[in-house]
Design a protein around this ligand. Sequence first.
Ligand SMILES: Nc1ncnc2c1ncn2[C@@H]1O[C@H](COP(=O)(O)OP(=O)(O)OP(=O)(O)O)[C@@H](O)[C@H]1O
Ligand SMILES: N[C@@H](CCO)C(=O)O
Length: 317
Amino acid sequence: MSGVPTTFTSGPVRVRVPATSANLGPGFDALGLALALHDDVAAEVTSPGVTVTVTGQGAGELPADDRHLVVRAMRAAFDALGGQPPGLAVECVNRIPQARGLGSSSAAIVAGVLLARALVNEGEQRLDDAGALRLAAEIEGHPDNVAPCLLGGFTLAWTEPAGARAVSLPVADGVRPTVFVPEERGLTATARAALPATVPHADAAFTAGRAALLVHALTTDPALLLPATVDRLHQDYRAPGMPGTAALVSALRAADVAAVVSGAGPTVLALMELPEGFEPGTDWQVWQLATDVHGARVTRGRLGHAERDPVAAGRKS
Ligand SMILES: Nc1ncnc2c1ncn2[C@@H]1O[C@H](COP(=O)(O)OP(=O)(O)OP(=O)(O)O)[C@@H](O)[C@H]1O
Ligand SMILES: N[C@@H](CCO)C(=O)O
């Protein structure tokens, strides 16, 4: 399509993007799970200028101009699609807690890339699904959240010289995700700075074996989730920066529940039913979430009444 001028569709488009939990223990920067907790974002091409409205998570905190992450991702995608629109109006209804380890930044990036594509005539010919994944992963810096956000389900992502690739696998019955979300935030960039440049070969070998076992446990045999979620690459190094998270992971695992730090934390993810009466303490919001099997979904039109409600339906706390 290079050389053919970019033209834009008229009217708004909207996208529903899921929260995601990356790493899942031993799958650092590779494995991820899409969860049924969503942001809804709509966008429209306008006359010159950028407006952004935010309801729910991040309202009053996030920038309302070109610095907003959805708009930054849209700008990068419009460049890849061949040209920028005159102006943009973006409406965000956010339910994914931000800077907690639930993939909020990837959800914003995926939303921006898919909205930009949907606003360009013949957008899917200019940027196919594989290209959208590569671009979103490049903006995020690693593919383990953007992959499940785009594809849904349990994803394995990896990076080749040309960019990120991913596959989505079905999740076995019996996997029961619960997230424990604290009030305090933790930026991924800070958690990544806590990691060493190198790790002992024995730890790398140990973790590679558990990551392979985790693919089997999550897709076929959840009875193996406890041994399959042991990691030696990141959680211990990050524990001093999130002691409450580390203590809750330990308490859950001591109760035979496969629990890990969700993404870069500080949220905790359990993958199995909790024991009767398990009490995490008052510092946590506890939500049982289904797996999102669809991934990001784009439709035409404005956000509807239900999509404008920033409180997630069916969330158990
Ligand atoms: N919906 C959003 N709209 C705009 N900016 C967002 C949105 N969600 C997140 N961000 C930006 O991304 C930052 C959080 O990104 P970060 O990667 O640190 O955490 P996360 O994505 O929530 O967690 P993790 O990557 O560990 O799963 C926020 O502080 C904000 O700047
Ligand atoms: N793999 C990433 C996920 C969070 O973005 C990390 O742990 O830093």
